[in-house]
Design a protein around this ligand. Structure first.
Ligand code: UD1
Length: 418
């Protein structure tokens, strides 16, 4: 198992282009199934989760070609309706295949993704919506067996929480259902809009995406398309954090500044100066970050839970006390234990974390706890005095393409070692 060795204390400066969004490409790849044609997806990041999605598509019978950041899928040959347990476990977001397989095949058999490092992660909202749209579901011993009874039909679905995954699955199934589906309290994340744009370019009729109410008119047939995945706002926030904690100066290109609007004010509160155009962002960090009063994770357009750990890393060396409230996941503070190994002072109680800034961090041995937690400890390692060894890199590889190459291009001293 390789580890990451980071010699901290370098100031990060320079320019970096951001890759396509992991959380967009995965549901888009799954949804190519319902096109029943050839889809060419551009700006796909090279990540282990994307490789897992491609394996699932191939298992289902699709023909898939990858060249650079373009993945081409011919789903006309798809013939299977199940995903084996080992492929399901490769990637939690394999649940995004549920709606696509049902819509395409009329039935689906999947093992449940189960809990993960962030907590229980139930899929009750996905299942209750599918049941209402005409799917009978047997949920036994960790497996779900789904069968469309008669035809899929449109429904009014009001989500008790604006779940990203549930909104995505409903949009996909509703596109192939008879009649109109209305989702109220729908998730409004940029990745929802990206999936809706992809489906519309395949012939779907989806409106209202990006807002709390999404209307989907089912269509008889969809077709192949060419689609470009949006930039990854969390990868962008991670490079911003790396510059912010080291007192650096970075310019990000290939971003959507609009999608970063929930995180920009928090970086400004840490003392960073930020200048943007629609697709670029220039961040100039202060010598020492300032504390932030309150970071509350919320569904979009609130502060994203995926950026919580990364921003917390900055505040470990801030000149004051910062408060974090995690409202999305029940167990998303595991990185705090690892940050404390650097000498950070963090107390947690339930969904609240209080970070008292310390003058400096010290290199240490740390273990990745989850995808964004691992990014947070790398960010801390970049600022820490001395050497840090990070293990558990498989988490990082799920969500960051060429992470060390990107960081080193900005002046970081880090490399993988065996
Ligand atoms: C997606 C993102 C993830 C991000 C999250 C919130 C992908 C691949 N992953 O995850 O990076 O952190 O959105 O922005 O896009 N819930 C239920 N029942 C359900 C579904 C969800 O109780 O049926 C709960 C979850 O346990 C969690 C909360 O709702 O506490 C948010 O989950 P959801 O928005 O569904 O996140 P994901 O789609 O899993």
């Amino acid at each position: 198992m390789s580890k990451m060795k980071i010699n901290g204390g370098r100031v990060l400066n320079g320019e970096i282009a951001i890759h396509g969004a992991k959380n967009s490409v995965l549901p888009v790849l799954a949804a190519t199934l319902i096109s029943n044609g050839v889809c060419e997806i551009h700006n796909c990041p090279r990540l282990s989760d994307v490789a897992a999605a491609v394996e699932i598509l191939k298992y289902l019978g699709c023909r898939v070609w990858s060249e650079g950041s373009v993945i081409t899928i011919d789903s006309s040959t798809a013939s299977k309706n199940d995903i084996p347990d080992e492929l399901m476990r490769e990637m939690r977001s394999s649940i995004s295949f549920l709606g696509a397989i049902i819509a395409r095949m009329g039935s689906a058999k999947l093992s449940l993704p189960g809990g993960c490092e962030l907590g229980a992660r139930p899929i009750d909202l996905h299942l209750s919506a599918l049941r209402r749209m005409g799917v009978s579901i047997e949920d036994k011993f960790g497996c779900i067996d789904c069968e469309v009874e008669g035809t899929l039909h449109g429904e009014h679905i009001s989500l008790s929480f604006p779940s990203v995954g549930a909104t995505e699955n409903i949009m996909v199934v509703a596109s192939a259902a008879k009649g109109t589906t209305v989702i109220t309290n729908a998730a409004r994340e940029p990745e929802i809009s990206d999936l809706a744009r992809f489906l519309n370019s395949c012939g779907a009729k989806i409106s209202g995406y990006g807002e709390g109410t999404i209307v989907i008119e089912g269509v008889e047939k969809l077709h192949g398309t060419v689609h470009r995945v949006i930039p990854d706002r969390i990868e962008a926030a991670t490079y911003m954090a790396a510059a912010a904690i080291t007192g650096g100066n970075v310019r990000l290109t290939n971003i959507s500044t609009h999608d970063l609007s929930p995180v920009i004010p928090v970086f400004e509160e840490t003392g960073c100066g930020i200048i943007t155009t629609d697709s670029t962002l220039l961040l100039k960090a202060p010598k020492r970050p300032h504390s932030v009063q309150l970071v509350r994770t919320m569904p979009h357009p609130g502060f994203p839970t995926d950026a919580q750990a990364i921003v917390m890393a900055i505040t470990t060396i801030a000149d004051g006390t910062s408060l974090f409230v995690e409202n999305i996941f029940e167990n998303r503070f595991k990185h705090t234990w690892e940050l404390c190994r650097f000498g950070a002072s963090i107390k947690t109680e339930g969904r609240i974390a209080v970070v008292e800034g310390v003058p400096e961090l010290f290199g240490t041995q740390v273990n990745s706890t989850d995808l964004r937690g691992s990014a947070a400890i790398v960010v801390a390692g970049l600022a820490a005095e001395g050497t840090t060894i990070v293990s558990g890199l498989h988490h990082l590889d799920r969500g960051y393409e060429d992470f060390e190459r990107g960081m080193c291009s900005l002046g970081a001293d880090m490399k993988r070692i065996d």
